[in-house]
Design a protein around this ligand. Sequence first.
Ligand code: EPZ
Length: 422
Amino acid sequence: MGDRLIIEGGRPLSGEVEISGAKNAALPILFACLLVDGKTVLYNVPELRDISSTRHILRKLGCGFERRADGAIEVEVVDAKRYTAPYELVSTMRASVWTMGPLLAHRGRAKVSKPGGCVIGARPIDLHLRGLKALGADIEETHGYIDLSAKKLRGAEIYLGGPFGSSVGATANTLMAATLAEGTTVIEHAACEPEIADLANFLAAMGAKIEGIGTPRLVIDGVDRLLGTEYTVIPDRIETGTYLIAGAMSGDGITLKNTAPDHLRAVIAIMQQTGALIDEEPGGTMRVSPPPGPPQSVDVATLPYPGFPTDMQAQFMAYMATADGMSVITEKIYPDRFMHIMELNRLGAKIRKEGNSAIIEGRAKYSGAEVMASDLRASAALVLAGIAGEGKTIVNRIYHLERGYERLAEKLTSLGAKITRD
Ligand code: EPZ
């Protein structure tokens, strides 16, 4: 099969869709398996390219990694002597920097290829290194690798705030390492994202002692070892939000199953301000229908959780381009995460960038064209515009979508969209 999606737009969506497990929770949880003695069984791990990349890296680092017939993933460390995450694997996925904390804490050494630039921005890892250094790591940077070593990590008080607020990645790395450090670690300005809370709950299920889960102050009392456990990953809030927008843009209502609405309060509130109708039912079911009239324009700034997520910015922009008036979306996490503007404009949107804001004129009628996906969420925005528009949209490089949306084309097809892969 090829690397593009062909969308015949203008078909209304209806029916029911099952939300998958959260990619960005499953990834750190899988890397945390490097900390464990024994076997870990994980449920609700989505089948995605980023998860296959993680399988390659964990196998390279001496782990067994199998997906069972029932969909659960089993990870078991069989050779705890390896400590190198090489360039050819790290370069396929930035999240591989999450090998640093666990390898350092459990094996005393981590040699990890430095991640390169990224289409959504510079994405430095200075805060990751600040956290691990505070725990006692010696750090050398040579030949494109970061080489970290420590005989024994020691608990410390660490402030992890950066120029854009808290860091999901740095919090995860420091938290994982601190679980096996000697003594108490306090992480101030920790990321509060549900994916970090899920990682912390998973670590606690394995025997880690962590207080303040879900808050900006994590207190970790180091333990000698963590033991294998069974754990279910939370639903993907960004996938949920993407389908909420799909349901608000076309058709007369869709139902989303297996969601965690509490993780989406900002998105739900802002969608409601646009006029979209959203109902929650017990058991994680949500229903969304388009606004009764044209969507109202709403200004949004992306912020760390519980603010509006940067990972929903592109999809929301695709929606706001059709709103009844002008809106401004300000990106406060990745000021350059706007590659989708030009492609949305090719589909008929009228959006311009000013600094770290996008000024969206509104009242666009999308009309199909050939476009290029630049990153995961930008690609999702193009698909949303293609579904809502008239005519044929061809989204090239859907490789990006496969990194983070489980069976996107199949799920949208089951809701009535006409999408084929070519
Ligand atoms: C995670 O990236 C997610 N990735 C991203 O999702 C998400 O956009 C981001 O968090 C913010 O929510 C995964 O979970 C795999 P950060 P991460 O460290 O951890 C700056 C997607 O589409 N910073 O919270 O890399 C950084 O440049 C992906 O699924 C430093 O300055 O994000 C950014 O401006 C894309 N120094 C801000 O902090 C550092 O050492 C937040 O980044 C680390 C980060």
